[in-house]
Design a protein around this ligand. Structure first.
Ligand SMILES: *Cc1c(COP(=O)(O)O)cnc(C)c1O
Length: 348
């Protein structure tokens, strides 16, 4: 199977397994796991922040951040298409009593600045929940993986900070963003007061995300992680893979981007398939199949028959993600399979 469903399907590399088997361990809840401590220092350094905390998942990283930034009954502004708003089971609302307030997302993963400004400039009034946080996402998953321009991040941060609100960045794929924007993760994180990123996606680790911020913020976030049940003991087993990832798996993401571009170009030439354009493409391709849901279902089945799977993104659209397990030759096979599948479902 050529599995394009997500970069989360990546498996740990032999170097990771080796590092995991040799990892020096201790009890991380006591702060005594040297491998976790080393990974956390590396993570903080790479995004230019004071401190970092290992969490099992990106979802927990974002949730611990929201809980640490927001009191119950306060508002967090975030994109209407944000992963935290759409895909994290409403955790911030359910567990934090946080009023998640969606702001319109543009196709490029930006948030509507006028809408955000209107929200922030509301006169103080006992009717309204108090604003506490603005959250951004880069790269933007539901916006076809688009990398969000630094200028936009700076503009949002300017607005938020002018209203004394912190900014959290869901940087699950921050290194993909850095490559697409030809900059560094540090530069992207500059606009944010806290940032989370995943080890378990394109970086191919089995488990793990990091939440980064000031020492004081991470101190508070550690209590939230404990509350959420995310205080792990000999977590150096996981962290060891993370260290290998940060040392060796970031630069190769370029390959995934080139493969995604080739895939977008190839699919774009197939009659009946419409590739969603992206200003700053990273490792995702979203495409729509003509003819609505019934045709799309047949198309997916025809692709599966040819050994290719992708995720549905809507009734007639799909998301294909390139990753460490996908080669350039696989991309050629996928495009050939799509041409055949389209021929089959559209008839001639
Ligand atoms: C995957 C993802 C997350 C959550 O990560 P998990 O480790 O799956 O919980 C958060 N934000 C974005 C943008 C993601 O793509």
């Amino acid at each position: 199977m050529i599995d394009l469903r997500s970069d989360t399907v990546t498996l740990p590399t032999p170097a990771m397994r080796e590092a995991m088997s040799r990892a020096e361990l201790g009890d991380d809840v006591y702060g005594e796991d040297p491998t976790v401590n080393r990974l956390e220092r590396m993570a903080a350094e790479i995004v230019g922040m004071e401190a970092a905390m290992l969490v099992p998942t990106g979802t927990m990283g974002n949730l611990a951040a929201m809980l640490a930034h927001c009191q119950r009954g306060t508002k967090a502004f975030l994109g209407a298409q944000a992963h935290t708003y759409v895909y994290e089971a409403g955790g911030a609302a359910a567990l934090g009593g946080i009023v998640m307030t969606p702001i319109r997302n543009t196709d490029n993963g930006e948030i509507d600045l006028d809408e955000l400004r209107d929200e922030l400039e509301r006169p103080p009034d006992a009717h309204f929940a108090l604003p506490a946080l603005v959250a951004l996402e880069n790269t933007h998953n539901l916006c076809a993986g688009s990398a969000v321009e630094l200028s936009h991040m700076t503009a949002v941060a300017g607005l938020a900070h002018a209203h004394h609100l912190p900014v959290h960045l869901d940087g699950a794929r921050i290194f993909n963003a850095a490559i697409a924007l030809e900059t560094t993760a540090k530069k992207i994180a500059e606009s944010a007061d806290s940032v989370s990123f995943c080890l378990s996606k394109g970086l191919a680790c089995p488990v793990g995300s990091l939440l980064c911020g000031s020492r004081e913020f991470i101190g508070r976030a550690r209590r939230m992680r404990k509350m959420l049940g995310g205080g792990m003991r000999q977590a150096g087993i996981i962290a060891a893979a993370g260290i290998v990832a940060l040392e060796t798996m970031i630069d190769r993401l370029v390959e995934d981007h080139l493969n995604a571009r080739a895939l977008a170009e190839g699919l774009g030439l197939v009659a009946g398939i419409n590739v969603r354009p992206v200003k700053r493409r990273t490792n995702m391709v979203v495409f729509e199949v003509d003819g609505g849901a019934p045709v799309a279902t047949k198309f997916a089945a025809a692709m599966k028959d040819r050994g290719v799977i992708a995720n549905a993104r809507g009734p007639s659209s799909f998301r294909a993600v390139t990753h460490h397990g996908i080669s350039r030759r696989d991309i050629d096979r996928v495009v050939a399979a799509a041409a055949e599948a389209a021929g089959e479902v559209f008839g001639d």
